[in-house]
Design a protein around this ligand. Sequence first.
Ligand SMILES: [Zn+2]
Length: 191
Amino acid sequence: MGCGGIGWIMEEDSGPRKILEYSVNCPVCGSSMIVEEYLYDMPMVGKVIISTGKCPRCGYRWSDVRLAEPRGPRRIVYRVESPDDVNALVIRASTATIKIPELGVEIKPGPAAKGYITTVEGIIIDVLEKAEFLCSDEKASLEKCREKIELLKKARDGQVEYTVVLEDPEGVSAIISSKARIEKLEDEGGD
Ligand SMILES: [Zn+2]
């Protein structure tokens, strides 16, 4: 007990229950891998299903998280206006797209997309690491990179205001905050 990649969620009182096991093809090497699903009752969030699997051949780890009760296609709009706002918990299912227009960020779900529980800060740190990696390419424009990284660092520290938009056609993602605004997700565009 106590080890494993998602150990921090495994609180003794919420008692994760294994509800399902099935096999899928590894998105990296195509060999068969077992996925296990667990049901958790998370404080402030409610019932959440976590699924994890590891490919026995190439070692690829897959994980996803989603609300146990789908809320229908929806867009969650969350404004970061002060440093504390970056601490809001985000349940990002693998079906969700994350957009942060002010920072030029768009994370789309791909075939190997993972779902995870993080915070707004966690998302920004992730984007920051990717930007730093891309900027290490010698073909990258130094000035643009420096600008982008500066902006992301300010965003991480809550020093600039921005909007996190989580679009989930399955309605199984969430941002846990009373400030989060829920909109119906219809077709793209709108007004
Ligand atoms: Zn594999």
